[in-house]
Write a new protein. Structure first.
Length: 232
């Protein structure tokens, strides 16, 4: 009986340690780079009038995204430019992007022509190992925002690069507004496949333990304490 109580106590102590670790602030667990292919940017890709994105698989085990960076070029500047970033699960028909995990809304981006990078910090978005990130580049026709206007839209493209140094690239999608669905973006054989790999960098932190596990852990710890008192 005492051996069983001792074993149970040791288990409860271990669970309590996990409980205390989970209560530590996020800053106690520095974010790590789980995807990166920004070291060899060499071109432009995607559709200038559509939302473009890459389906990727993250490295490591950290899955709470804290920072997302993408690279793009503006060849012809428009009016009141914006970018909209989304993360989507590939749980649609035939593995298409579907469930939205994060939507930045319209982000004001620098005006003018040139090459840019844009970073969104302060994120706390939980993602699976594999998902699709996407970016829509466009502009508003007025300061209040009227949506997408092809007549005023800047000619802007995501920057392309080679295979990621951290994580893996799986596929490319674009959202066709004419048929209102995601389409796999396949390139002709004479065009390099790297034109489909967009430059991005993702930082993520460890995922906290679910509250249900913490509740069970605290309950087991309390039961172990009571049983030990009774045996004593």
């Amino acid at each position: 009986m005492k051996t069983n109580v001792t074993n149970l106590s040791l288990v409860s102590i271990g669970i309590c340690i996990l409980f205390l670790i989970n209560l530590q602030p996020t800053s106690a667990f520095p974010a790590s780079t789980v995807y990166d292919n920004t070291n060899s940017i060499d071109g432009w890709g995607g559709w200038s009038v559509y939302e473009n994105g890459n389906q990727i698989t993250l490295d490591g085990t950290d899955r709470k995204i804290t920072s997302f960076t993408f690279n793009y070029s503006v060849l012809t500047a428009g009016e009141n430019p914006f970018a909209r970033v989304r993360f989507l699960k590939n749980d649609g028909i035939s593995g298409k992007p579907n469930t939205v995990l994060y939507d930045s809304g319209e982000l004001a981006i620098p005006s003018g022509e040139g090459d840019f990078s844009y970073t969104i910090n302060g994120l706390t978005t939980l993602v699976p190992d594999t998902f699709t990130w996407s970016v829509l580049l466009g502009n508003n026709a007025s300061i209040t925002g009227e949506g997408w206007y092809n007549t005023l839209a800047p000619v802007a493209f995501l920057r392309t690069t080679h295979a990621p140094t951290i994580g893996t690239w799986d596929n490319t999608w674009y959202f066709d507004t004419y048929i209102n669905e995601w389409v796999e973006d396949t390139l002709p054989p004479e065009i390099s496949a790297t034109k489909n790999i967009f430059a991005a960098k993702i930082e993520a932190a460890p995922v906290p333990l679910p509250s249900s596990i913490l509740l069970v852990a605290s309950s087991l710890s309390w039961l172990a304490f009571l049983k030990r008192k009774i045996v004593a």
